[in-house]
Design a protein around this ligand. Structure first.
Ligand code: UD1
Length: 388
């Protein structure tokens, strides 16, 4: 069976690493190569720090194709991907295409496949912010409605899909068990919605014994309390007033704020003339980090402040309270469990309050919200069924 995975942006490399590893394991268990895996990189992220480093750390195979699409306006970037992916699909004739998450690479991968009647499966299906201003929300909704198997990371995602008319929700959205697998039926007309657990749990388990702290921070952060900040969403960084007020609100933090900077945010800080504000205490701007270093600094942080989807959950998985700088989150369970607090308009003094809040949160017991680290295995088993 020929399975073609499409990736392009940083969080997708992490998710794909967990899934591709499970294909290899299944091949080993079967003693033959039943899963022939092809990897296509759209080139959406192209800097070494945003792409190559993740391939190295997660021991991902070199992509079979790199489409080199690069940056651009949404339509332009997605359009270039569509055109290039169609050619690859026609040449390779995959049995199934696997797409991950919610980026422009996700929707391009799904749409190109669907037009050629190649079944699409979506890893991290069913997440919703219910905010159509986010390009990621459009990508998710459309991708889900093009998919034949929707691999959800949690029960809430299955519920979201039920509300959109999907009526083949396996086991009512509870985590898939071995015995359920045999009874699943699906077709392009009747897609299956399955809670396989979150592949990000699998990915974390792959690296948790060798998390690192970046060399440049090792001495500076020894025994020191600190906060980790990331910002990259258009609604936070593309508007000068918004970005200025976010930086201002954090400027009175008593602890250093480690700020691995996304290229988009770096460019905006410079264009908006905010460099002097962002380059002095408490901010410690550093280059984007790889996966192990990012998780390494989060693990020992007192608080995470972010607008990233993935990082909210990684903070939760590592037992670190998180403030999310958005009006809504897809990961509602982290908020319900009390570990994540949405802060839409943070004001001066919020860091101090959040640190006191975080101290209390840390003593709470954590529920297991995102499965057991076997999401990749379930995905591999279900894909294996697509030919049977
Ligand atoms: C994308 C995804 C987002 C994901 C994020 C992870 C979409 C719509 N958004 O956002 O869901 O959470 O990736 O990081 O697909 N750039 C570089 N070097 C790179 C990559 C990007 O300099 O290697 C700069 C370019 O100036 C580019 C900007 O970053 O214009 C934005 O990149 P883009 O891929 O459009 O979206 P992200 O903001 O990274």
């Amino acid at each position: 069976m020929k399975i073609l995975s499409v990736v392009g942006a940083r969080p997708q490399f992490v998710k794909a690493a967990a899934v591709l590893r499970s294909f290899e394991q299944l091949n080993k268990e079967c003693g033959e190569k039943i899963m022939e895996s092809l990897l296509v990189h759209t080139g959406q992220h192209y800097d070494f720090q945003m792409s190559g480093l993740f391939f190295e750390e997660l021991v991902l195979p070199d992509p079979d194709y790199n489409l080199g699409v690069g940056s651009g306006l949404h339509g332009e970037q997605t359009g270039k991907m569509l055109e290039a992916l169609e050619k690859v699909y026609l040449d390779e004739q995959p049995d199934v295409v696997v797409v991950y998450g919610d980026t422009n690479s996700t929707i391009a991968g799904a749409l190109a496949a669907s037009k050629l009647h190649i079944p699409v499966t979506h890893v991290e299906a069913g997440l919703r912010s219910y905010n159509r201003h986010m390009p990621e929300e459009t990508n998710r909704v459309l991708t889900d409605h093009l998919s034949t198997i929707l691999f959800c990371p949690c029960q809430a995602a299955c519920r979201n899909l039920a509300c959109e008319g999907f009526n083949n929700i396996v086991n009512n959205g509870a985590l898939l068990s071995e015995k359920d697998i045999k009874h699943i039926t699906f077709s392009q007309e009747k897609p299956a919605v399955v809670n396989v657990g979150d592949v990000m749990v699998d990915a974390l388990q792959m690296v948790e014994n060798d998390l690192e702290v970046p060399v440049e921070l090792k001495d500076k952060l020894r025994d020191e309390r600190y906060i980790v900040l990331t910002l990259h969403r258009a609604e936070n960084v593309d508007n000068k007033e918004r970005l200025t007020s976010l930086l201002k609100a954090m400027a009175d933090s008593p602890y250093p704020i480690v700020f691995p900077i996304h290229p988009r945010t770096k460019a905006r800080i410079s264009t908006f003339g905010l460099s002097s504000q962002a380059n002095k205490f408490p901010f410690r701007i550093i280059e984007p980090l790889g996966y192990k270093e990012m998780l390494g600094i989060v693990r020992s942080a007192s608080l995470v402040v972010t607008d990233s989807g993935g990082l909210q959950k990684e903070a939760f998985m590592l037992g670190v309270p998180c403030n999310t700088l958005r009006t809504e989150t897809e990961w509602v369970e982290t908020v319900e469990a009390g570990w994540n607090m949405l802060l839409t308009y943070p004001e001066k003094g919020f860091v101090q309050n959040s640190l006191s809040w975080a101290q209390k949160v840390c003593s709470m017991k954590q529920p297991q919200l995102y499965g057991d680290g076997l999401a990749g295995k379930r995905i591999a088993s279900l894909l294996g069924m697509m030919t049977t």
